[in-house]
Design a protein around this ligand. Structure first.
Ligand code: HEM
Length: 203
């Protein structure tokens, strides 16, 4: 949902990713995991989605096992600590203009991916998310396949005016974008042909 929200707000990012997919994958099949290394811009979009908005912004609580002092603050044994993952990936010293959705921050000058794999979103230490690889692969394949065949844009009202999107998120332990109206259509006739052939082959 976060990826769809980011893409509808940034049509230019959609176009650039689609150009990359068309060049690497072509128009007669969907992207597969074997294409992942050759699609750095799509990879950068996925990393930026995981950075820009966390599904679990405050991670999972830890209980302090002994009295401790951190940065001048006394933390008593038994206190519950929330690791603020959201603050880490919105630190402007590390991510310039952190509230902007900008996949470029994960790319080197030559267009390849940098070493920041955006893993903070999965927590850290011994209790890091056990599903991180499954989650990362799922988000990648969904975003890559979606971009290959669909275009997402703002929905229009009965007068043909675009319906604005209020990019807000639910609060709580798990967070996701608030519902928003959008239009999802096949990109063009080639995309329609591919969708049809996929339908026929699965029938
Ligand atoms: C984008 C999707 C996901 C995000 C952002 C996410 C994030 C997190 C975070 C922040 C934690 C707490 C880590 C910590 O305490 O340091 C966590 C724990 C966990 N996650 Fe995920 N997760 C995702 C998907 C999944 C999936 C797909 C699975 C299972 C297939 C999964 C299973 C778990 C489990 C079992 C834990 C508890 C691990 C433990 O306490 O030892 N997660 N996740």
């Amino acid at each position: 949902m976060t990826a769809l929200l980011a893409l509808v707000l940034h049509p230019e990012i959609q176009r650039r990713a689609q150009t990359e997919i068309d060049r690497v994958v072509g128009r007669s099949r969907l992207p597969a995991f074997g294409d992942r290394a050759s699609l750095p811009y799509v990879g950068a979009i996925v990393r930026e989605c995981l950075r820009w908005h966390h599904a679990a912004p405050l991670s999972a609580t830890r209980e302090v096992v002994e009295d401790d002092v951190y940065d001048g603050m006394f933390i008593p044994k038994g206190a519950h600590i929330f690791p603020n993952l959201w603050a880490i990936t919105h630190d402007a010293r590390i991510y310039a203009d952190p509230h902007d959705f900008n996949p470029e921050r994960f790319l080197m000058k030559d267009g390849t991916l940098n070493s920041d794999e955006s893993k903070t979103t999965f927590g850290y230490g011994r209790r890091i998310c056990i599903g991180q690889h499954l989650a990362d692969a799922n988000v990648w394949i969904i975003v890559a396949n979606f971009l290959a065949i669909y275009e997402i844009s703002k929905a229009k009202d009965v007068d043909g005016n675009e319906i604005p999107i209020d990019a807000s998120f639910s609060s709580g332990f798990i967070s996701h974008p608030a519902p928003f109206k959008c239009s999802i259509r096949p990109r063009d006739s080639e995309a329609e042909t591919l969708i049809q052939s996929l339908r026929n082959s699965s029938a």
